[in-house]
Design a protein around this ligand. Structure first.
Ligand SMILES: Nc1ncnc2c1ncn2[C@@H]1O[C@H](COP(=O)(O)OP(=O)(O)O)[C@@H](O)[C@H]1O
Ligand SMILES: [Mg+2]
Length: 225
């Protein structure tokens, strides 16, 4: 599968995961927020899905991710709209600047995480999507540094995102709406961390589980042909 097709498949899989997980995200956000994370994300990713099936979709991977970011920023709303919008726009920009193939996904993920931190100013342990996103990017990089394949990197990233999301349960929220609850936010999984887990699992499903051969990742990685 070509890089662009793979990114499209990732975005479609993410939209599907959000659709299937909408009620769960809503329930999580009802416990420690205002209960709109599921519907917010579903609204945003359904616009992304429509963009993917529409004619005239930007062909280049970087453009596709930037367009996704713009749609999420506009249609998700709430804190997560700004953050998901910003992260996808940054991932797209990173790939456009480098005119890079998917072998450079690690650089895009770094840029995506940096955007979330720049926009939301959350530290690890604040009980936000950062607690799933940051370990996922780290795990991806570690596999890349060992010379591992793209498939192994995205699989490790998905597992780290899942563990990271789970790790938010005992945390007290220090950012976002859940922080208003103080210690009463303890004992609940952060909804944004749960949607971030969906993002990385969708990527792993498409790259590792799909028909595409694994490729080396990292700056020196070979381009998928
Ligand atoms: N400052 C922040 N930095 C990182 N993530 C944040 C921040 N504020 C909120 N979030 C994430 O956004 C999620 C809530 O999203 P959502 O419900 O869509 O927004 P809102 O809180 O505006 O209703 C949280 O679970 C958390 O993961
Ligand atoms: Mg909310």
């Amino acid at each position: 599968m070509q890089d662009n097709a793979l990114v499209r498949a990732w975005l479609r899989a993410f939209a599907r995961a959000v659709e299937e997980g909408e009620e769960r995200l809503t329930a999580l956000d009802s416990a420690i927020g205002d209960g709109d994370h599921g519907v917010n994300m579903r609204r945003g990713t359904s616009h992304v899905h429509r963009m993917l099936v529409r004619d005239g979709t930007p062909a280049a991977m970087g453009q596709l991710l930037e367009e996704t970011g713009a749609l999420l920023r506009t249609h998700v709303g709430g804190a997560s709209g700004v953050l998901y919008g910003g992260t996808f726009q940054a991932m797209g920009a990173a790939l456009l600047v480098r005119r890079a193939g998917l072998a450079h996904l690690g650089d895009a993920l770094d840029a995506g995480l940096a955007a979330i931190v720049r926009l939301g100013a959350a530290d690890p342990g604040d009980k936000t999507m950062v607690d799933a996103f940051a370990p996922a990017v780290r795990a991806f990089r570690e596999v890349g540094a060992r010379g591992g394949t793209m498939g192994a990197a995205v699989t490790a990233a998905a597992a780290a995102a899942e563990a990271g999301a789970r790790s938010t349960i005992p945390m007290q929220a220090r950012k976002g709406r859940a922080s208003y609850l103080g210690h009463r936010s303890i004992g609940h999984l952060d909804p944004g961390a749960a949607s971030t887990e969906m993002l990385f699992k969708s990527l792993a499903e498409e790259v590792a589980g799909g028909p595409a051969p694994a490729v080396a990742c990292g700056r020196q990685g070979s381009r998928r042909s």
